[in-house]
Design a protein around this ligand. Structure first.
Ligand code: GLU
Length: 277
């Protein structure tokens, strides 16, 4: 059977489209190639930050650039029930526990240990089953139990590098169900990549570390293992990743200044990031 590559561009509409998004979308489209399937997925589980107006603006800018997918677009906010079902399933397997800690509780109890993505490792305060009925909990993955169940830390295949070692054991008990939205990025992204048959996950280097967590979820849920291809980022003058607030690199701003879609697609910053990827 021939293997048809399936890739996706999965923006969160928390701001307008910028050149960093353009790199991700072009990278995904190129990886799919002329015979593959390129999908767009709207990651809008955080309905306070992702508004319908921003989603419309994102779609319009992507259409203008010719980077909108011909295939149906999955919008995560429409699938909250499916994500809740995965959480229920993991809860039944006793792989999740409720956590009532506030940010300051965590900061006070933390040992100073940092996860591979730079976040604070949860000190495990609620792991023993504390229950505070006065507030809604977040749901954390019991990482040690999960890794025991799948018998080790899963690796992944990074295009151009081969198999790389995972570091899930260094993350501690990550949140899979946020207190505010009920779900989490890690949960939704792995669920949808499996649902949509994504064969190659393309995204920025900033999400490289998160792949370790995604591989744990895929293994626990017996979802297929995709290949990964993390691309170079466009950095601002201080060396930080472009953020949604950087107006000068916004596609809308460039459009308003008379840039054509082709000019944007071949912007030197876009070309540089794609060449380095
Ligand atoms: N929605 C994520 C973002 O906008 C990207 C998720 C992914 O590609 O895995 O940063």
């Amino acid at each position: 059977m021939t293997h048809v590559p399936v890739t996706r561009f999965a923006p969160s509409p928390t701001g307008y489209l910028h050149l960093g998004h353009v790199v991700s979308a072009v990278h995904a489209q190129k990886t799919a190639g002329p015979l593959g399937r390129f999908l767009v997925r709207i990651e809008d589980i955080d309905t306070t930050r992702c508004t319908p107006e921003l989603t419309d603006a994102l779609r319009e800018d992507l259409q203008w650039l010719g980077l909108w997918s011909a295939k149906p677009v999955l919008q995560q906010s429409q699938h909250m029930g499916a994500y809740a079902a995965v959480l229920d399933h993991l809860r039944q397997r006793k792989l999740l526990y409720p956590c009532f800690c506030t940010r300051s509780d965590i900061a006070a109890a933390a040992s100073g240990q940092q996860a591979p993505d730079g976040s604070t490792v949860y000190p495990g305060t609620c792991r023993s089953g504390a229950f505070d009925h006065s507030r809604a909990p977040a749901w954390r993955l019991d990482m040690e139990r999960a890794l025991n169940e799948i018998q080790g830390v899963p690796s992944w295949y990074e295009a151009g590098h081969g198999r790389v070692a995972g570091r899930a054991d260094e993350f501690g008990d990550v949140v899979l169900g946020r207190r505010d939205t009920g779900v989490s990025y890690h949960l939704c992204v792995t669920h949808d990549d499996a649902l949509q048959g994504v064969t190659c996950v393309t995204r920025g280097q900033d999400l490289y570390a998160a792949t370790s967590i995604h591989r744990v979820l895929q293994t626990l849920m017996k979802w297929p293992e995709p290949e990964y291809r993390h691309h170079a980022l466009i950095l601002d003058k201080s060396g930080k990743k472009l953020s949604k607030r950087d107006g000068a690199e916004g596609v809308r701003a460039l459009r308003a200044m008379g840039w054509s879609a082709d000019d944007v697609l071949t912007h030197p910053l876009v070309t540089k990031a794609l060449t380095e990827s």
